[in-house]
Design a protein around this ligand. Structure first.
Ligand SMILES: Nc1ncnc2c1ncn2[C@@H]1O[C@H](COP(=O)(O)OP(=O)(O)OP(=O)(O)O)[C@@H](O)[C@H]1O
Ligand SMILES: [Mg+2]
Length: 329
């Protein structure tokens, strides 16, 4: 979204690939260690922050905003330290907290405009911008109603609107789809995608792995206050090299002949019958696929799919937690 009101407080450099760096960050609440030597480099883009309940996701977000102090380690957001330069950084960061943060007895348009003024806009610009961001998130005439009359889904949208009112470069969304029905979640994911498409970096925490898989370009998995895995989605989800998933369609006898012949030239690691006329295979060592297609012609069957193996984010997650570390998801 290109704001009509330019953000004069942009402090985050436009071109650095890595936007946020955390090194050995520790945050304690009494005897609880919420972040325990957490280290990560976060690039630009739409970034998923994943982890079980109590993993430290919200703590990391708050520490990156300078809302809570660190007990050790360093955080740099666009070269600035959120602990010592928190006001400057917050001018260029938007934050949608996990829990309800809206003032109930004002209308959405007043609330968002008021928060725009707190961010340094004049009253007229703030009101114009409030209308723009409420349009963007899909709040219509309801914007003149008191926030306390809103559904959970509408409140979540207003929470996003207040986070982007000052046109920040970096946005933290803490569980934006929490409490929403499937349609509301779809709308919210679409919003995240649209915000990401404007060139802003969006760091979004979520429990729903399929959501992160669909909208994020990069994921960070955190557990017990430590980084478990991170990387580009395509790299994290790449399956075993050389393993292909093949779907074949044909009459049962032809299918049988094809599978037997394929088994003679490469290693079939899994075979699933999908009805009487289709079979799904996972096979290793089939080379560039020409052999598979030649055999299919020979046996009078049709290759419906021939794709490299790919893991779901759920597989990645489970693999990351093999051997313990998770407090249950
Ligand atoms: N203000 C606080 N006082 C005491 N303990 C806290 C406080 N905030 C967080 N904690 C503890 O720190 C740990 C990390 O909490 P955090 O809220 O960062 O986890 P999370 O990954 O966001 O979890 P969730 O998925 O449930 O939102 C938890 O054990 C939590 O109970
Ligand atoms: Mg949380």
């Amino acid at each position: 979204m290109q704001g009509a009101v330019e953000n004069p407080d942009q402090v985050i450099p436009k071109d650095d690939h890595i936007l946020l760096t955390a090194r050995d960050v520790t945050v304690r609440f009494g005897s609880v260690i919420a972040l325990n030597g957490f280290t990560v480099d976060i690039p630009r883009g739409v970034i998923g922050l994943l982890g079980p309940n109590g993993a430290g996701k919200s703590t990391f977000i708050k520490a990156s905003l300078g809302l809570i102090p660190r007990n050790g380690g360093t955080i740099s957001v666009g070269g600035l330290d959120p602990q010592t330069q928190s006001l400057r950084i917050r001018d260029d960061i938007g934050y949608m907290p996990e829990h309800d943060c809206l003032i109930p007895n004002v209308s959405a348009v007043e609330l968002v405009s008021y928060l725009g003024q707190i961010s340094g806009m004049g009253p007229r610009d703030a009101m114009q911008r409030s209308h723009e961001v409420l349009d963007f998130v899909g709040i219509g005439e309801e914007r003149y109603r008191l926030v306390k009359s809103y559904s959970t889904g509408m409140k979540q949208k207003v929470k996003i609107a207040q986070a982007i009112v000052h046109d920040p470069s970096l946005l933290f969304l803490d569980e934006p789809t929490s409490g929403m029905d499937p349609n509301g979640r779809e709308e919210m994911l679409d919003l995240v995608r649209r915000i990401g498409a404007t060139g802003k970096t969006v760091i979004v925490s979520s429990h729903i792995l399929q959501e992160v898989e669909r909208v994020c370009e990069h994921a960070i998995i955190i557990s017990d206050g430590r980084l478990v895995r991170d990387g580009k989605m395509g790299v994290l989800m790449a399956g075993e090299e050389g393993l292909f998933n093949i779907t074949i369609r044909g009459v049962p006898k032809a299918l049988e002949g094809f599978v037997r012949a394929l088994g003679g030239v490469c290693d079939i690691v899994e075979k699933t019958d999908e009805g009487t006329n289709q079979v799904a295979l996972s096979a290793r060592g089939c080379g560039d696929g020409r052999r598979v297609f030649a055999l299919s012609k020979e046996h009078g069957v049709q290759v419906r799919g021939y794709v490299p193996d790919k893991m779901s984010l759920e597989d990645v997650f489970l693999q990351a937690f093999q051997g313990g570390g998770s407090r249950g998801y």
